[in-house]
Structure formats: C-alpha cells, structure tokens
Design a binder for this molecule. Structure first.
Ligand code: AMP
Length: 586
C-alpha cells in the first residue's frame, strides 16, 4: 500500500517560486567590481531567471546541457543559478583561480556549451578560447565594452519572461562543480534538484545557518566554491536579504556590512583574518554580526575567540564539494550557557555536529573494515553518507563508495560521544613519527595563534629513526620579528612535547590551492630536497641550529622520552588507541 500524500518533486524551481511569492521584496544588493551598486529582490531574480531560461532555449541549449559560469558573487550570477536549472540545464560554476591546464580540462570534460563570465576574467577567456572545444556562446555579465561577447542584460532583455519552468525529474542534475583535487585531474560532482533542495532545507535550520526572516547574509565564500556552501538556495528558501560583493576587499566588505545591516557572513579562515587585519589597521571594532560561518579549512582558536568576544556566534563548518558541501556545523550546544569562554572556544575549534541527513563514521586507517568507537579518542578515516553526498563522479564508470556504500572523505577525524566531529588531518598529510600520528592541522592552528605569525603549514619530513618528523613553515606578520625559538617556546604550551617541530622555517609565501587551502603537495614538492637538521646517533634530533639562514632547530625530545613510555616501541607501526592522549595536550 502506498501513502496518500501529494506528488511534489523536490525541484530548485520550487525554491525560487517560493522566494518570489512569499518574500518578493526582500532585497538582493550587489556591489560591482567597478564600485557601482544595484538592488533587486527575489521577485526580480525570478523574473530574470525566467527570461534567462528562455534566452538559453533560444540559443539551442537543451535539457541536461552544461552552462558554465566564471564569475564572482553578484545578482546576475544568482539569476543564473535559477535560470539554468529552470530550463533543465546544468550550471557548471568554474573557479577562475584554477591553473590553465585545469581550466582547459574541466570545461572540455564538462562539454560546456555556454560560458557566462565577469569582464574581470576577460584575460582568461582570451587565453583559453582556443583551448576550449565545446563552448559556442560567450556572455559577459558586465555591460558590453570592447569585447565581442553579448552583454547579459541585453541578452535576457530580449525575452518577455513568459516561460514555464522545464519539466524535470527531481533526480535530474542541476549543478556541476569540480573538485580542485591535488592529484590527477579535477573530478566533477553533479548535484541533483533533489539533493540540492534537501541540502538547502538542512542549511537553513538552527543547527546550521540558522536563517530567519530578519537574516541578512553577505557570503564571502565565492559562488564557484562548493556551490557557495548552498547559500543561494538556502537563502531563497528562507527569503533572506543577500548582500553580494563582486570584489573581496576588506574595506568594501566592512562598509557593506555596516551599511546594509548584515547579520551573517560566511568564508574561509583567511577571509576572517583579513577582516581582523582591516579592523586593527583602521582602529575599528569587528562588524556587528550575529553569526560568522568559518569553513573550508580549520578555524584557528584565536580567530574563534576573537569573534566570540565580539558577541558573534561562531559556526565552524566542515564539508566538501562532494558533500554539497554541508557535513557538520558547530553552533552552540545544549550546555552552551554553562561553559566558560575557554571551553566554548575549544568546542567551536572542532568541526561541529552532523546536520540531519548526514551520517558519519570513522574507520581504522590501517584496517578500513574496522569501524572505530565514537569515544573522543580514536582517530580514523572519516566516511560519510546521505542524500546530498556524492555517489559517483561525473562521467566516471564506477561509484566512488566503499563496498558498503560510504564515501571516504580523505580526512582523518575523531568522533566525540556528544556527536562533535573533530578533523585532525588529511589522510595524506598526517605525520607519522615513531609509529604515532601527529596532526599537521593541529600544529598549524597552534602556531597561527602566535601573535607574530600570519600563516603556518606543517609537513612531515623523512627522519632515519622516527620515520617522519614535523617541520613548520611560517610567514611572519608584516613588521613582526620572531625567531624559530620563539615559535617553539610558544608551541610548548599548546601541543604535546613530542609534536614540537624539528625545525621552523620562515618563508615569504605558502602555496595554496585554487580554493585557498594550503597545498601540502606543492609545499612538499618545493622542499623535496629538504634535509632535517642532522639527527644524532640513535635518532634524537640535533639541538644545534643549522647554518641555514632563517632557520633554526628545536630540540624536541623524541616521543619515547617525553611520553614516559606511552609512545610505541621503536619500529612499532601500529596505533594503539593513543589518539585521545595525543590531543590532550601535556
Ligand atoms: P573542498 O571540496 O575543496 O571544499 O575541500 C574539502 C576539504 O576541505 C575537506 O575534505 C577537508 O579536508 C577540508 N575542510 C573543509 N572544512 C574544514 C574544516 N572546517 N576544518 C578542517 N578542514 C576542512
């Protein structure tokens, strides 16, 4: 027997219909790259999306065809999210920071037929045009200049908007986003109408973005990064006001936040760092936000503390392009009011709890068949499943899942009994010293708390006795002096002694991926000839600084000495359930 409820497919078009019907006049403000500003609203976004859908059909774009965008955050990009899905197409958001070979690969692999782009990216178009084999039409979001591309407003302006959304199935695709993988070619993640709507329903809830009618969101996370964390759909569903900026200058963002009454913002940690620097340099308080979402990479504690001290709710989020991307979010827990500030910061520095629709588990790194307990100690490979989690990469022949149906994230994590998930590393980035794991992320975050350090990255380097030992690469804040010894001294209060890096190197820059994450692979490549400070006979790292300029060595006691017998015997490659101790600083 079937149930007796109505058929109502979970379609992206329902979201824009709802927003335009229920909150037609809620504003969508855009600050453009040339400094001008425009205002539209949800009714205007729907009107333009209908005209865009017609315009795409007039170009011969068919259901399932890919329409690409190479653009920052603005209202015309938002129109495209709904307009492309509304005619049954698939919007492929391209990250303009990708390298040329990646740009070539993904547009050709996706077989994009139309490219919508910001005038600021005209140089990319000029370079790539001959290498892109499937793009037939170029449409520029900005008013036409000397380029031969059609201007977006003229293009949709030629249509009357008398259009009925295309008939699609809820399992049909609506968006495509490539991961900027550090090895091999990027891989496409094909989101469905259904997965997108379910994801947006989760995203607006109190444990996630916590949107209500008064929310005003300025997303700094780009619309090309992991579907802008689902905000364009979640925002439509909740009918919030959006404030977009096509340029990411802290002064512009700050002024917009103040003037437009922004209550919420979301971005990677470096965005918040830039906000701090701007406020400090200009003697201004932090913007008056209700909530700050930090995701994409781990939020350091000093950042969380500073936001909290300003009365801002910190939502530390974890997710991936493959997970639409929301996996976990860390808003206040049930016992929040009874916690001290230190306890709140500690809790928020973990990656939060899964929203409904997401299931997590960790498995043993050496024996994936062994599911680990959620005891706040065992650290293992993080796996995830749910209706907005990838099953198969675009055009791949096989599912990207474990035999029992989970997606392996490539992250290493601890699950706590209260549901909190704590990322400790990427599988490939963990540092294995004397058979024990050292979290490079934890080391970096601790180092980033030093007042003179702007950014830090830790990687494992070959060591004859311990297999690997950590080396920390740091960028000093402008005008700040600090030595390797200062950094080591500072770290002594924040990490276990045997985690202390064998060397601290000061560098001018740290390589990043196109989505702003530290690229450990590039760092390892750059320092492939690097030699750890000479180890003494028997393996204890040397205590003397090496003659290299800008470099000094620490004198960390090897794991066996400092842990008073807790560490595994030399050569014992097995973990022995010591992860909790590793994270409980000694
Ligand atoms: P992407 O698909 O480019 O968004 O990258 C996803 C990866 O970013 C995850 O698998 C994590 O390694 C990392 N990541 C995302 N959010 C966080 C976070 N809050 N803390 C630590 N790592 C994160």
């Amino acid at each position: 027997m079937l149930g007796a409820m109505q058929d109502w497919d979970l379609l992206v078009t329902h979201v824009i219909d709802h927003a335009a019907r229920e909150t037609p006049n809620r504003e969508i403000v855009t600050h453009w790259a040339d400094g001008s500003e425009t205002r539209t609203d949800w009714a205007g976004i729907r009107r333009d999306a209908l005209r865009m859908a017609q315009a795409l059909e007039a170009l011969g774009v068919k259901k399932g065809d890919r329409v690409a965008s190479l653009a920052m955050n603005h209202s015309r990009h938002l129109v495209s999210w709904y307009g492309v899905a509304g005619m049954g197409g698939v919007l492929h958001t391209i990250n303009p920071r990708l390298f040329e070979d990646q740009l070539e690969y993904i547009a050709n692999h996706a077989e994009d037929r139309v490219l919508l782009y910001d005038a600021a990216f005209q140089p990319i178009i000029d370079k790539m045009k001959d290498r892109w084999t499937s793009i037939e039409h170029y449409i520029c979001y900005d008013p036409p200049t000397e380029s031969e591309a059609t201007g977006f407003e003229d293009w949709i302006g030629a249509q009357d908007g008398d259009y009925t959304w295309a008939q699609v199935d809820e399992r049909d695709p609506c968006m495509l986003c490539y991961t900027s993988g550090t090895t091999g070619n990027p891989k496409g993640v094909l989101y469905e109408h259904r997965s997108t709507v379910l994801h947006a329903m989760a995203a607006i809830q109190p444990p996630a973005f916590n949107f209500d009618a008064s929310s005003v969101m300025l997303p700094v996370v780009p619309m090309f990064h992991a579907a802008s964390w689902g905000l364009p759909f979640a925002g439509g569903m909740a009918g919030i006001k959006f404030v977009f900026s096509a340029i990411n200058e802290p002064a512009v963002l700050y002024e917009l936040m103040e003037r437009e009454g922004v209550t919420d913002s979301a971005g990677v940690p470096t965005v918040w760092l830039a906000t701090f620097q701007y406020c400090d340099a200009n003697d201004k308080p932090l913007p008056k936000l209700r909530a700050a979402t930090i995701g994409g990479s781990a939020a350091p504690k000093f950042m969380i503390r500073r936001l909290m001290e300003a009365g801002i709710r910190v939502q530390h989020a974890w997710g991936m392009t493959e997970t639409s991307p929301i996996g976990t979010l860390g808003g206040p827990t049930w016992d929040w009011d009874s916690l001290t500030l230190d306890q709140k910061v500690d809790k928020a520095a973990m990656q939060g709890r899964p929203v409904f629709g997401v299931e997590l588990r960790t498995v043993d790194l050496d024996d994936p068949a062994k599911v680990l307990p959620r005891d706040g100690e065992a650290s293992g490979a993080l796996q995830i499943r749910g209706p907005w989690v990838i099953r198969r990469y675009f055009k791949a022949e096989e599912d990207a899942l474990t035999p029992d149906g989970w997606f392996d994230t490539g992250d290493v994590a601890i699950l706590h009994p209260d549901g909190t998930m704590q990322i400790t590393d990427r599988t490939k980035d963990v540092i294995k010293s004397g058979g024990e794991w050292i979290s490079s992320v934890e080391l970096e975050n601790a180092a980033a708390g030093h007042p003179a350090i702007a950014e830090a990255a830790a990687i494992g380097m070959y060591h004859p006795k311990w297999d690997e030992r950590p080396v920390l690469f740091c960028i000093r804040k402008e005008g700040q002096a600090c030595t390797a010894e200062d950094v080591i001294d500072y770290l002594k209060d924040h990490v276990a002694k045997w985690w202390l890096p064998d060397a601290v190197e000061f560098v001018d820059d740290i390589p990043h991926t196109a989505t702003g994450k530290i690229s450990k692979k590039d760092l390892r490549d750059r320092f492939s000839d690097y030699q750890l400070p000479e180890a003494e006979e028997g393996g204890a790292p040397a205590s003397q600084p090496t003659p290299e300029p800008e470099m000094a060595t620490a004198a960390p006691a090897p794991a066996t000495e400092v842990q008073n017998g807790d560490a595994p015997a030399e050569g014992d490659g097995k973990k022995r359930g010591v992860f909790g101790r590793m994270f409980g600083k000694d």
